[in-house]
Write a protein that binds this ligand. Structure first.
Ligand code: KIV
Ligand code: ZN
Length: 387
């Protein structure tokens, strides 16, 4: 089964989240955790952007082994020089060049014609090849680029030496079927496409980044670019934990896997959240506090009898100890009895019924009932029932 390459860009695109800046030490800490998570590529930063970013890429390149380290560059020699220098000590360096190709960007941002864009892209890739073998080219705003022109750009940069071609949905404009058709179209139209890895990079402006990435995988993309907790510019990038767990959980459908050590997902998510100060919403898929918590009595009863009734993933697989049963007003006797057992009590039938009644009364006044409160209920009830 094919392994999809997981390219993590938490330290580059993720850091572009407004309010999520990281210092050099914090970036190194995250890079170490990403290595434990076993991502294939860490995009460590954009060295020309600031001396701090340069230093951070350079530190990560020096220390992290066994993972490709990518540095971003515009299609300009000074950017490529800076990226190459920052990557000097990397075991597996990758220079990642980007250049916008859509009509909107050509007309308003770059003021360049199509042939000038191709020339710039080809020259940049050929120049970067003087420093490293592993070159990624990103056609910025690819999803709004005319299909024939996109195919021409992709074919030209592969001929110039790009080893990965990335098709960003820079502004989160794509929808799954449309995005998948771009991947299929490139596979049909680009003669030398098999010489490079076809990669996808999706933004979440319409909440479709993960869906688009997965549709592209189904259509034949071999690398997915993503970030922990879905951090990133504006509404963020595709969330790594969601892409990875969707591929793992629905291997029957995607027929591929990743090398990610999924048990490190919770640690990775928490570290990124603490260091960036960007809290993970409770109901966030995979790593949110509620993702493995059951609240309704019917669900709790089902999960306690057989967890696959309401769980499609094992909490242990993402590094959690177990499913969380939240005791509240919707909980039934089954869940309450289990918790009492876990807390070490052995109640008679009468004691249990009294405690359950008291628990329900309290639960009407509060969102969640904690273990200490259950202990207090039982201790009081036991004292009141004559033995
Ligand atoms: O969204 C985008 O187009 C990017 C590129 C630099 C890859 O982040
Ligand atoms: Zn991006």
């Amino acid at each position: 089964m094919d392994n999809i390459i997981i390219f993590d860009t938490t330290l580059r695109d993720g850091e572009q989240s407004p309010g999520a800046s990281l210092d050099i030490g914090e970036k190194l800490q995250i890079a170490r955790q990403l290595a434990l998570l076993n991502v294939d590529v860490i995009e460590a930063g954009f060295p020309i952007a600031s001396p701090g970013d340069f230093q951070s890429v350079s530190n990560i390149a020096k220390e992290i082994r066994g993972v490709s380290i990518a540095a971003l560059a515009r299609a300009m020699e000074k950017d490529i020089d800076s990226a190459a220098k920052a990557l000097e000590k990397a075991e597996k360096p990758r220079i990642h060049i980007f250049l916008a190709t859509s009509e909107i960007h050509r007309k308003y941002k770059l003021l360049k014609a199509k042939d000038e864009i191709i020339n710039l892209a080809v020259k940049a890739v050929a120049y970067a090849r003087k420093f490293v073998e592993d070159i990624e080219f990103s056609s910025e705003d690819a999803s709004r680029t005319e299909m024939d022109f996109l195919a021409q750009v992709v074919e030209s940069v592969i001929a110039a030496g790009a080893t990965t071609v990335n098709i960003p949905d820079t502004v989160g404009y794509a929808v799954p079927e449309h995005y998948a058709s771009i991947i299929t179209g490139l596979k049909e139209k680009v003669k030398n496409i098999s010489k490079a890895v076809l990669s996808v990079h999706c933004h979440n402006d319409l909440g479709l980044a993960v869906a688009n990435s997965l549709a592209a995988v189904k259509a034949g993309a071999k690398q997915v670019e993503c970030t922990m907790n879905g951090l990133g510019e504006r509404a963020g990038n595709a969330a790594l934990e969601e892409v990875v767990m969707a591929i793992k959980t629905r291997q029957d459908y995607y027929r591929c896997s990743t090398r990610i050590k999924t048990r490190e997902l919770t640690n990775s998510s928490r570290l990124v959240s603490v260091l960036t100060g960007m809290r993970v919403q409770r109901n966030k898929a995979i790593v949110g506090e509620n993702a493995f918590a059951h609240q309704s009595g019917v669900h709790q009863d089902g999960v306690l009898k057989e967890r696959t009734t309401y769980e499609i993933m094992h909490p242990e697989d993402i590094g959690l100890q177990k499913t969380k049963i939240v005791l509240g007003k919707l909980s039934g006797r089954h869940a309450f009895k289990e918790r009492i057992k876990e807390l070490g009590y052995d109640l008679t039938e009468i004691e249990f019924e009294k405690a359950f009644e008291e628990f329900k009364r309290l639960a009407d006044k509060k969102k969640e009932i904690f273990d200490e409160e259950i202990e207090a209920i039982i201790d009081t009830e036991k004292m009141e029932i004559p033995h």
